[in-house]
Design a binder for this molecule. Structure first.
Ligand code: SAH
Ligand code: SF4
Ligand code: F3S
Length: 468
Protein backbone atom coordinates (compact mmCIF):
# COMPACT_ATOMS: atom_id res chain seq x y z
CA UNK A 1 0.00 0.00 0.00
CA UNK A 2 1.41 3.34 -1.01
CA UNK A 3 0.05 6.70 0.10
CA UNK A 4 0.65 9.85 -1.92
CA UNK A 5 2.58 12.72 -0.42
CA UNK A 6 1.66 16.12 -1.77
CA UNK A 7 4.71 17.70 -0.17
CA UNK A 8 6.86 15.47 -2.28
CA UNK A 9 5.03 16.60 -5.41
CA UNK A 10 5.57 20.19 -4.34
CA UNK A 11 9.32 19.76 -4.12
CA UNK A 12 9.37 19.20 -7.86
CA UNK A 13 12.40 16.98 -7.81
CA UNK A 14 13.05 17.73 -11.46
CA UNK A 15 12.75 14.08 -12.10
CA UNK A 16 13.24 13.16 -15.68
CA UNK A 17 10.25 12.51 -17.92
CA UNK A 18 10.18 9.05 -19.42
CA UNK A 19 8.19 8.42 -22.61
CA UNK A 20 6.78 4.94 -22.43
CA UNK A 21 5.33 3.35 -25.55
CA UNK A 22 2.99 0.81 -24.07
CA UNK A 23 2.81 -2.56 -25.71
CA UNK A 24 0.85 -4.75 -23.30
CA UNK A 25 -0.65 -8.07 -24.21
CA UNK A 26 -4.00 -8.15 -22.45
CA UNK A 27 -6.37 -11.09 -22.56
CA UNK A 28 -10.12 -10.78 -22.22
CA UNK A 29 -10.13 -12.62 -18.91
CA UNK A 30 -13.09 -10.69 -17.50
CA UNK A 31 -15.49 -11.29 -20.41
CA UNK A 32 -19.13 -11.25 -19.36
CA UNK A 33 -18.50 -8.79 -16.51
CA UNK A 34 -19.80 -5.22 -16.55
CA UNK A 35 -18.37 -1.93 -15.40
CA UNK A 36 -20.01 1.29 -14.24
CA UNK A 37 -17.88 4.43 -14.51
CA UNK A 38 -18.77 7.76 -12.95
CA UNK A 39 -16.72 10.85 -13.78
CA UNK A 40 -16.52 14.22 -12.07
CA UNK A 41 -14.35 17.18 -13.06
CA UNK A 42 -12.85 18.71 -16.15
CA UNK A 43 -12.28 17.49 -19.72
CA UNK A 44 -8.99 16.03 -18.56
CA UNK A 45 -10.86 13.69 -16.26
CA UNK A 46 -13.46 12.93 -18.90
CA UNK A 47 -10.65 11.93 -21.25
CA UNK A 48 -8.94 9.89 -18.50
CA UNK A 49 -12.23 8.05 -18.15
CA UNK A 50 -12.02 7.17 -21.84
CA UNK A 51 -8.67 5.56 -21.01
CA UNK A 52 -10.13 3.73 -18.00
CA UNK A 53 -13.01 2.48 -20.18
CA UNK A 54 -10.55 1.37 -22.86
CA UNK A 55 -8.47 -0.58 -20.36
CA UNK A 56 -11.52 -2.26 -18.83
CA UNK A 57 -12.91 -3.16 -22.26
CA UNK A 58 -9.56 -4.70 -23.22
CA UNK A 59 -10.08 -7.06 -20.29
CA UNK A 60 -13.45 -8.03 -21.74
CA UNK A 61 -15.72 -5.93 -19.51
CA UNK A 62 -18.65 -4.11 -21.09
CA UNK A 63 -20.10 -0.79 -20.02
CA UNK A 64 -23.38 -0.43 -18.14
CA UNK A 65 -25.23 2.74 -17.15
CA UNK A 66 -26.90 0.91 -14.30
CA UNK A 67 -24.67 0.70 -11.24
CA UNK A 68 -26.78 -2.03 -9.64
CA UNK A 69 -26.02 -4.21 -12.66
CA UNK A 70 -22.22 -3.85 -12.53
CA UNK A 71 -19.33 -6.01 -11.30
CA UNK A 72 -16.81 -3.17 -11.23
CA UNK A 73 -17.58 0.42 -10.19
CA UNK A 74 -14.98 3.10 -10.84
CA UNK A 75 -15.32 6.64 -9.56
CA UNK A 76 -13.05 9.19 -11.25
CA UNK A 77 -12.92 12.12 -8.84
CA UNK A 78 -12.20 15.84 -9.02
CA UNK A 79 -10.62 17.92 -6.25
CA UNK A 80 -10.99 21.43 -7.58
CA UNK A 81 -13.50 22.64 -4.99
CA UNK A 82 -14.62 21.50 -1.57
CA UNK A 83 -18.00 20.15 -2.71
CA UNK A 84 -16.08 17.52 -4.69
CA UNK A 85 -15.33 15.86 -1.37
CA UNK A 86 -19.01 15.60 -0.42
CA UNK A 87 -19.93 14.29 -3.87
CA UNK A 88 -17.37 11.52 -3.65
CA UNK A 89 -18.20 10.37 -0.15
CA UNK A 90 -21.93 10.61 -0.94
CA UNK A 91 -21.36 8.32 -3.90
CA UNK A 92 -19.35 5.92 -1.75
CA UNK A 93 -22.39 5.65 0.53
CA UNK A 94 -24.38 4.26 -2.42
CA UNK A 95 -21.53 1.85 -3.25
CA UNK A 96 -21.44 0.55 0.32
CA UNK A 97 -25.14 -0.15 0.18
CA UNK A 98 -24.76 -2.08 -3.09
CA UNK A 99 -21.80 -4.04 -1.78
CA UNK A 100 -23.89 -5.37 1.08
CA UNK A 101 -25.91 -7.38 -1.45
CA UNK A 102 -23.09 -7.91 -3.97
CA UNK A 103 -20.05 -9.20 -2.10
CA UNK A 104 -17.86 -9.59 -5.18
CA UNK A 105 -18.35 -6.03 -6.39
CA UNK A 106 -15.01 -4.30 -7.00
CA UNK A 107 -14.99 -0.60 -6.17
CA UNK A 108 -12.24 1.62 -7.52
CA UNK A 109 -11.47 5.26 -6.73
CA UNK A 110 -9.15 7.34 -8.90
CA UNK A 111 -8.63 10.86 -10.20
CA UNK A 112 -7.49 14.04 -8.51
CA UNK A 113 -8.95 13.36 -5.05
CA UNK A 114 -7.14 10.05 -4.87
CA UNK A 115 -3.88 12.04 -5.07
CA UNK A 116 -4.59 13.52 -1.63
CA UNK A 117 -3.19 11.55 1.31
CA UNK A 118 -5.98 12.82 3.58
CA UNK A 119 -8.56 11.33 1.23
CA UNK A 120 -6.75 7.99 1.18
CA UNK A 121 -6.61 8.05 4.98
CA UNK A 122 -10.33 8.76 5.14
CA UNK A 123 -10.99 5.78 2.85
CA UNK A 124 -8.85 3.53 5.05
CA UNK A 125 -10.67 4.67 8.20
CA UNK A 126 -14.24 5.03 7.05
CA UNK A 127 -14.67 3.21 3.74
CA UNK A 128 -12.46 0.10 3.86
CA UNK A 129 -14.93 -1.70 1.57
CA UNK A 130 -13.27 0.15 -1.35
CA UNK A 131 -10.98 -2.23 -3.27
CA UNK A 132 -8.65 -0.20 -5.43
CA UNK A 133 -7.37 3.35 -5.20
CA UNK A 134 -5.14 4.59 -7.99
CA UNK A 135 -3.96 8.05 -8.96
CA UNK A 136 -3.60 10.32 -11.97
CA UNK A 137 -0.07 9.06 -12.67
CA UNK A 138 -0.74 5.34 -12.85
CA UNK A 139 -3.99 4.73 -14.73
CA UNK A 140 -1.87 2.44 -16.89
CA UNK A 141 -1.69 -0.02 -13.98
CA UNK A 142 -5.45 -0.46 -13.77
CA UNK A 143 -5.53 -3.89 -15.44
CA UNK A 144 -2.94 -5.35 -13.05
CA UNK A 145 -4.52 -3.74 -9.97
CA UNK A 146 -7.91 -5.14 -10.90
CA UNK A 147 -6.67 -8.65 -11.58
CA UNK A 148 -4.56 -8.94 -8.46
CA UNK A 149 -7.21 -7.53 -6.10
CA UNK A 150 -8.07 -10.02 -3.38
CA UNK A 151 -11.13 -8.14 -2.13
CA UNK A 152 -9.05 -6.10 0.27
CA UNK A 153 -8.32 -2.38 0.09
CA UNK A 154 -5.28 -1.73 -2.10
CA UNK A 155 -4.05 1.85 -2.38
CA UNK A 156 -1.57 2.60 -5.16
CA UNK A 157 -1.15 6.30 -5.69
CA UNK A 158 2.17 7.81 -6.71
CA UNK A 159 3.12 11.39 -6.07
CA UNK A 160 6.31 11.29 -8.09
CA UNK A 161 5.19 11.92 -11.58
CA UNK A 162 7.29 11.80 -14.66
CA UNK A 163 6.09 9.38 -17.23
CA UNK A 164 4.19 10.09 -20.40
CA UNK A 165 2.41 7.04 -21.75
CA UNK A 166 1.77 6.52 -25.44
CA UNK A 167 -0.38 3.95 -27.27
CA UNK A 168 -3.14 4.38 -24.69
CA UNK A 169 -6.15 2.18 -25.54
CA UNK A 170 -8.88 4.85 -25.41
CA UNK A 171 -12.52 3.87 -25.71
CA UNK A 172 -13.77 7.20 -27.01
CA UNK A 173 -17.28 8.45 -26.26
CA UNK A 174 -17.71 9.83 -29.78
CA UNK A 175 -16.79 8.58 -33.24
CA UNK A 176 -16.59 12.12 -34.65
CA UNK A 177 -15.04 14.38 -32.03
CA UNK A 178 -12.03 13.39 -29.96
CA UNK A 179 -10.08 14.75 -27.03
CA UNK A 180 -6.33 14.73 -27.61
CA UNK A 181 -4.03 15.38 -24.64
CA UNK A 182 -1.05 17.47 -25.64
CA UNK A 183 0.37 17.94 -22.17
CA UNK A 184 -0.15 16.67 -18.65
CA UNK A 185 0.10 18.57 -15.35
CA UNK A 186 0.62 22.26 -14.76
CA UNK A 187 3.54 24.45 -13.68
CA UNK A 188 1.68 27.68 -13.00
CA UNK A 189 0.84 27.16 -9.31
CA UNK A 190 -1.96 29.71 -9.12
CA UNK A 191 -2.24 30.13 -5.35
CA UNK A 192 -5.83 28.83 -5.06
CA UNK A 193 -5.44 25.79 -7.29
CA UNK A 194 -4.89 22.14 -6.40
CA UNK A 195 -4.22 20.94 -9.96
CA UNK A 196 -0.39 21.25 -9.98
CA UNK A 197 -0.36 18.98 -6.89
CA UNK A 198 -2.83 16.39 -8.12
CA UNK A 199 -1.64 16.29 -11.72
CA UNK A 200 2.04 17.01 -11.27
CA UNK A 201 4.42 19.17 -13.21
CA UNK A 202 3.89 20.04 -16.84
CA UNK A 203 4.85 17.22 -19.17
CA UNK A 204 4.32 17.80 -22.89
CA UNK A 205 3.80 14.90 -25.22
CA UNK A 206 6.15 14.75 -28.19
CA UNK A 207 4.66 16.64 -31.13
CA UNK A 208 5.18 13.72 -33.48
CA UNK A 209 3.10 11.45 -31.23
CA UNK A 210 0.31 14.05 -31.10
CA UNK A 211 0.33 14.55 -34.86
CA UNK A 212 0.32 10.79 -35.45
CA UNK A 213 -2.67 10.44 -33.14
CA UNK A 214 -4.59 13.15 -35.01
CA UNK A 215 -3.69 11.57 -38.39
CA UNK A 216 -5.03 8.25 -37.15
CA UNK A 217 -8.23 9.93 -35.96
CA UNK A 218 -8.67 11.53 -39.40
CA UNK A 219 -8.12 8.14 -41.05
CA UNK A 220 -10.81 6.71 -38.77
CA UNK A 221 -13.38 9.31 -39.80
CA UNK A 222 -13.05 11.83 -36.98
CA UNK A 223 -14.03 15.37 -37.99
CA UNK A 224 -12.98 17.27 -34.88
CA UNK A 225 -10.29 17.26 -32.21
CA UNK A 226 -9.98 19.28 -29.04
CA UNK A 227 -6.38 19.63 -27.89
CA UNK A 228 -6.31 19.31 -24.13
CA UNK A 229 -4.08 20.66 -21.41
CA UNK A 230 -4.29 22.83 -18.30
CA UNK A 231 -2.15 25.38 -20.16
CA UNK A 232 -2.19 24.35 -23.80
CA UNK A 233 -0.34 27.43 -24.95
CA UNK A 234 2.62 26.64 -22.66
CA UNK A 235 2.97 23.43 -24.69
CA UNK A 236 6.57 22.38 -25.32
CA UNK A 237 8.16 24.79 -22.84
CA UNK A 238 9.23 21.85 -20.68
CA UNK A 239 11.09 20.16 -23.55
CA UNK A 240 14.17 21.03 -25.55
CA UNK A 241 13.91 21.16 -29.34
CA UNK A 242 10.14 20.81 -29.31
CA UNK A 243 7.56 22.77 -31.30
CA UNK A 244 5.90 25.77 -29.66
CA UNK A 245 2.12 25.67 -29.27
CA UNK A 246 1.45 27.78 -32.40
CA UNK A 247 3.78 25.48 -34.39
CA UNK A 248 2.04 22.41 -33.02
CA UNK A 249 -1.35 23.90 -33.86
CA UNK A 250 -0.16 24.57 -37.41
CA UNK A 251 1.00 20.96 -37.75
CA UNK A 252 -2.33 19.66 -36.41
CA UNK A 253 -4.11 21.95 -38.88
CA UNK A 254 -1.97 20.51 -41.70
CA UNK A 255 -3.33 17.00 -40.99
CA UNK A 256 -6.54 18.16 -42.68
CA UNK A 257 -8.85 17.45 -39.71
CA UNK A 258 -12.00 19.52 -40.26
CA UNK A 259 -12.25 21.32 -36.91
CA UNK A 260 -9.72 22.03 -34.16
CA UNK A 261 -10.45 23.41 -30.70
CA UNK A 262 -8.00 23.78 -27.83
CA UNK A 263 -8.49 24.30 -24.08
CA UNK A 264 -7.36 25.86 -21.81
CA UNK A 265 -5.20 28.84 -22.73
CA UNK A 266 -3.44 30.89 -20.10
CA UNK A 267 -3.42 34.62 -20.91
CA UNK A 268 0.25 34.78 -19.95
CA UNK A 269 1.29 32.40 -22.74
CA UNK A 270 -1.01 33.81 -25.44
CA UNK A 271 1.30 35.14 -28.14
CA UNK A 272 0.77 37.13 -31.35
CA UNK A 273 2.07 34.10 -33.22
CA UNK A 274 -0.78 32.04 -31.77
CA UNK A 275 -3.33 34.64 -32.88
CA UNK A 276 -1.83 34.53 -36.40
CA UNK A 277 -2.06 30.74 -36.61
CA UNK A 278 -5.72 30.79 -35.57
CA UNK A 279 -6.44 33.58 -38.04
CA UNK A 280 -4.65 31.91 -40.96
CA UNK A 281 -6.16 28.42 -40.77
CA UNK A 282 -9.81 27.80 -41.52
CA UNK A 283 -9.88 24.54 -39.60
CA UNK A 284 -8.76 26.18 -36.33
CA UNK A 285 -12.02 27.30 -34.79
CA UNK A 286 -12.60 30.92 -33.72
CA UNK A 287 -13.09 29.97 -30.10
CA UNK A 288 -10.88 31.04 -27.21
CA UNK A 289 -11.43 30.06 -23.60
CA UNK A 290 -9.39 32.62 -21.68
CA UNK A 291 -9.73 32.38 -17.90
CA UNK A 292 -9.79 35.80 -16.25
CA UNK A 293 -10.23 34.65 -12.61
CA UNK A 294 -10.35 38.25 -11.40
CA UNK A 295 -10.34 41.72 -12.95
CA UNK A 296 -8.43 43.32 -10.11
CA UNK A 297 -4.64 43.69 -10.16
CA UNK A 298 -4.16 43.17 -6.43
CA UNK A 299 -6.25 39.98 -6.42
CA UNK A 300 -4.58 38.75 -9.62
CA UNK A 301 -1.23 39.22 -7.91
CA UNK A 302 -2.37 37.30 -4.83
CA UNK A 303 -3.66 34.59 -7.15
CA UNK A 304 -0.27 34.40 -8.90
CA UNK A 305 -1.87 34.85 -12.32
CA UNK A 306 1.04 36.83 -13.89
CA UNK A 307 -1.06 39.43 -15.77
CA UNK A 308 -2.83 42.68 -14.98
CA UNK A 309 -6.34 43.76 -15.88
CA UNK A 310 -4.90 46.07 -18.53
CA UNK A 311 -2.73 43.34 -20.07
CA UNK A 312 -5.69 40.98 -20.19
CA UNK A 313 -7.89 43.58 -21.87
CA UNK A 314 -5.12 44.39 -24.38
CA UNK A 315 -4.92 40.71 -25.27
CA UNK A 316 -8.70 40.46 -25.70
CA UNK A 317 -8.62 43.51 -27.96
CA UNK A 318 -5.94 41.89 -30.14
CA UNK A 319 -7.83 38.60 -30.32
CA UNK A 320 -11.09 40.31 -31.28
CA UNK A 321 -9.41 42.53 -33.87
CA UNK A 322 -7.70 39.60 -35.58
CA UNK A 323 -10.18 36.74 -35.33
CA UNK A 324 -13.54 37.78 -36.76
CA UNK A 325 -16.62 36.57 -34.86
CA UNK A 326 -14.44 34.95 -32.22
CA UNK A 327 -16.28 33.33 -29.33
CA UNK A 328 -14.67 34.27 -26.01
CA UNK A 329 -15.40 32.37 -22.82
CA UNK A 330 -13.82 32.51 -19.39
CA UNK A 331 -13.55 31.26 -15.80
CA UNK A 332 -14.02 33.65 -12.88
CA UNK A 333 -13.59 33.19 -9.13
CA UNK A 334 -15.45 35.49 -6.72
CA UNK A 335 -14.68 35.91 -3.05
CA UNK A 336 -10.94 35.18 -3.15
CA UNK A 337 -9.57 35.73 0.40
CA UNK A 338 -9.91 39.39 1.33
CA UNK A 339 -11.54 40.48 -1.95
CA UNK A 340 -13.17 43.86 -1.31
CA UNK A 341 -16.33 45.15 -2.94
CA UNK A 342 -14.36 47.56 -5.11
CA UNK A 343 -11.95 44.79 -6.16
CA UNK A 344 -14.94 42.69 -7.17
CA UNK A 345 -16.30 45.70 -9.09
CA UNK A 346 -13.17 45.52 -11.28
CA UNK A 347 -14.13 41.99 -12.28
CA UNK A 348 -17.61 43.19 -13.26
CA UNK A 349 -16.01 45.97 -15.26
CA UNK A 350 -13.92 43.51 -17.28
CA UNK A 351 -16.99 41.35 -17.93
CA UNK A 352 -18.89 44.43 -19.16
CA UNK A 353 -16.00 45.35 -21.42
CA UNK A 354 -15.19 41.90 -22.87
CA UNK A 355 -18.84 40.78 -23.16
CA UNK A 356 -18.01 37.07 -22.94
CA UNK A 357 -20.11 34.53 -24.79
CA UNK A 358 -20.23 32.53 -21.59
CA UNK A 359 -18.38 32.08 -18.32
CA UNK A 360 -17.88 29.45 -15.66
CA UNK A 361 -18.19 31.32 -12.39
CA UNK A 362 -17.18 29.97 -9.00
CA UNK A 363 -17.12 30.96 -5.36
CA UNK A 364 -13.56 30.61 -4.08
CA UNK A 365 -13.12 27.34 -2.24
CA UNK A 366 -10.05 26.86 -0.01
CA UNK A 367 -7.96 23.81 -0.93
CA UNK A 368 -5.75 22.47 1.85
CA UNK A 369 -2.10 22.59 0.87
CA UNK A 370 -2.41 25.61 -1.44
CA UNK A 371 -0.99 29.02 -0.43
CA UNK A 372 -4.38 30.80 -0.67
CA UNK A 373 -5.84 28.47 1.96
CA UNK A 374 -3.55 30.18 4.48
CA UNK A 375 -4.58 33.72 3.49
CA UNK A 376 -6.82 35.71 5.80
CA UNK A 377 -10.39 35.73 4.54
CA UNK A 378 -12.85 38.19 6.03
CA UNK A 379 -15.49 38.00 3.28
CA UNK A 380 -18.66 36.28 4.47
CA UNK A 381 -20.22 33.44 2.49
CA UNK A 382 -23.37 35.52 2.10
CA UNK A 383 -21.33 38.29 0.50
CA UNK A 384 -19.63 35.79 -1.81
CA UNK A 385 -22.96 34.31 -2.85
CA UNK A 386 -24.30 37.77 -3.51
CA UNK A 387 -21.29 38.58 -5.71
CA UNK A 388 -21.69 35.35 -7.64
CA UNK A 389 -25.31 36.18 -8.33
CA UNK A 390 -24.52 39.72 -9.47
CA UNK A 391 -21.76 38.41 -11.70
CA UNK A 392 -23.98 35.72 -13.21
CA UNK A 393 -26.68 38.26 -14.04
CA UNK A 394 -24.21 40.21 -16.19
CA UNK A 395 -22.63 37.07 -17.68
CA UNK A 396 -26.07 35.77 -18.69
CA UNK A 397 -27.06 39.11 -20.17
CA UNK A 398 -24.09 39.03 -22.56
CA UNK A 399 -24.54 35.32 -23.27
CA UNK A 400 -28.00 36.13 -24.63
CA UNK A 401 -26.88 39.26 -26.49
CA UNK A 402 -24.05 37.31 -28.15
CA UNK A 403 -26.31 34.41 -29.06
CA UNK A 404 -28.89 36.77 -30.56
CA UNK A 405 -26.31 37.77 -33.18
CA UNK A 406 -26.89 34.31 -34.67
CA UNK A 407 -30.58 34.94 -35.43
CA UNK A 408 -31.39 33.94 -39.05
CA UNK A 409 -27.70 33.24 -39.78
CA UNK A 410 -26.58 30.05 -41.49
CA UNK A 411 -23.89 28.19 -39.53
CA UNK A 412 -22.09 24.88 -39.80
CA UNK A 413 -22.98 22.40 -37.05
CA UNK A 414 -21.25 19.12 -36.25
CA UNK A 415 -24.19 16.94 -35.23
CA UNK A 416 -23.36 14.63 -32.33
CA UNK A 417 -26.62 12.92 -31.43
CA UNK A 418 -30.29 12.99 -30.65
CA UNK A 419 -31.40 16.01 -28.65
CA UNK A 420 -31.98 15.09 -25.02
CA UNK A 421 -35.02 17.30 -24.47
CA UNK A 422 -36.73 16.75 -27.81
CA UNK A 423 -36.24 13.35 -29.42
CA UNK A 424 -37.45 14.68 -32.78
CA UNK A 425 -34.42 16.93 -32.92
CA UNK A 426 -30.65 16.44 -33.09
CA UNK A 427 -27.98 18.47 -31.31
CA UNK A 428 -24.53 19.62 -32.23
CA UNK A 429 -22.04 22.45 -31.98
CA UNK A 430 -21.16 25.42 -34.20
CA UNK A 431 -17.55 26.27 -34.97
CA UNK A 432 -17.80 28.67 -32.01
CA UNK A 433 -18.84 25.82 -29.70
CA UNK A 434 -22.46 27.00 -29.40
CA UNK A 435 -24.93 24.24 -28.64
CA UNK A 436 -27.67 24.03 -31.30
CA UNK A 437 -30.82 21.91 -31.29
CA UNK A 438 -31.73 21.28 -34.90
CA UNK A 439 -34.83 20.12 -36.70
CA UNK A 440 -33.23 17.55 -38.96
CA UNK A 441 -33.47 13.85 -39.78
CA UNK A 442 -31.45 11.44 -37.60
CA UNK A 443 -29.17 10.39 -40.46
CA UNK A 444 -27.26 13.68 -40.18
CA UNK A 445 -25.77 12.53 -36.86
CA UNK A 446 -21.99 12.49 -37.28
CA UNK A 447 -22.04 15.01 -40.14
CA UNK A 448 -21.33 18.70 -40.48
CA UNK A 449 -24.50 20.34 -41.80
CA UNK A 450 -25.71 23.84 -42.60
CA UNK A 451 -28.23 25.14 -40.12
CA UNK A 452 -30.33 28.28 -40.17
CA UNK A 453 -30.76 29.67 -36.66
CA UNK A 454 -34.40 30.27 -35.78
CA UNK A 455 -34.27 31.03 -32.06
CA UNK A 456 -31.57 32.24 -29.65
CA UNK A 457 -31.50 31.62 -25.91
CA UNK A 458 -28.81 32.33 -23.31
CA UNK A 459 -27.35 28.83 -23.32
CA UNK A 460 -28.38 27.33 -26.67
CA UNK A 461 -29.65 28.04 -30.16
CA UNK A 462 -32.45 26.41 -32.18
CA UNK A 463 -32.26 25.89 -35.91
CA UNK A 464 -33.35 24.00 -39.00
CA UNK A 465 -31.23 22.12 -41.50
CA UNK A 466 -30.92 23.78 -44.90
CA UNK A 467 -29.16 23.00 -48.18
CA UNK A 468 -26.70 25.68 -49.07
N1 SAH B 1 -6.05 25.17 -16.18
C1 SAH B 1 -7.22 25.87 -16.32
C2 SAH B 1 -8.40 25.42 -15.49
C3 SAH B 1 -8.18 24.84 -14.17
S1 SAH B 1 -9.50 24.45 -13.13
C4 SAH B 1 -6.90 27.31 -16.13
O1 SAH B 1 -5.87 27.68 -15.71
O2 SAH B 1 -7.74 28.10 -16.41
C5 SAH B 1 -10.92 25.25 -13.78
C6 SAH B 1 -11.35 26.47 -13.04
O3 SAH B 1 -11.71 26.17 -11.72
C7 SAH B 1 -10.29 27.54 -12.90
O4 SAH B 1 -10.13 28.29 -14.05
C8 SAH B 1 -10.83 28.35 -11.75
O5 SAH B 1 -11.68 29.37 -12.19
C9 SAH B 1 -11.62 27.33 -10.95
N2 SAH B 1 -10.93 27.03 -9.68
C10 SAH B 1 -9.73 26.46 -9.51
N3 SAH B 1 -9.43 26.37 -8.20
C11 SAH B 1 -10.47 26.90 -7.52
C12 SAH B 1 -10.76 27.11 -6.15
N4 SAH B 1 -9.90 26.76 -5.20
N5 SAH B 1 -11.94 27.68 -5.81
C13 SAH B 1 -12.81 28.05 -6.76
N6 SAH B 1 -12.60 27.88 -8.08
C14 SAH B 1 -11.44 27.32 -8.47
FE1 SF4 C 1 -4.68 25.67 -11.79
FE2 SF4 C 1 -3.55 27.93 -12.53
FE3 SF4 C 1 -2.63 25.59 -13.46
FE4 SF4 C 1 -4.99 26.49 -14.27
S1 SF4 C 1 -3.00 27.49 -14.65
S2 SF4 C 1 -4.50 24.43 -13.61
S3 SF4 C 1 -5.79 27.54 -12.47
S4 SF4 C 1 -2.54 26.30 -11.36
FE1 F3S D 1 -10.82 18.50 -11.12
FE2 F3S D 1 -8.50 17.37 -11.45
FE3 F3S D 1 -9.72 18.47 -13.49
S1 F3S D 1 -9.08 18.63 -9.75
S2 F3S D 1 -10.88 20.12 -12.57
S3 F3S D 1 -10.43 16.74 -12.37
S4 F3S D 1 -7.52 18.41 -13.14
Amino acid sequence: MQLPDLKEARKRTNNKVDYIYENKKVEKVLSGKKYFLKTYGCQMNVHDSEEIAGRLERLGLTKTDNMEDSDVVILNTCAIRENAHDKMFGFLGRCKHLKETKKDLIIGICGCMAQEASVCEEIIKKHPFVNIVFGTHNINELEELLLKNDHKLDINVYSIEGNVYENIPYSRDSKKTAWVNIQYGCDKFCTYCIVPYTRGKQRSRKSQDIINEVKELVANGYLEVTLLGQNVNAYGKDLEDELSFPELLQSVSDTGIKRIFFVTSHPWDFTDELIDVIKNNDNIMPYVHLPLQSGNDHILKLMGRRYTKEEYLELVKKIKANIPNVCLTTDIIVGFPGETESEFADTLEVVEEVKYDSAFTFIYSPRVGTPAALMKDNVTLKEKEDRLQRLNTIVNKYALINNQKYQDKVVEVLVLGESEKDHDKVYGYTNTMKLVNVNAPKDVIGKIINVKITDCKSFSLDGVIIDK
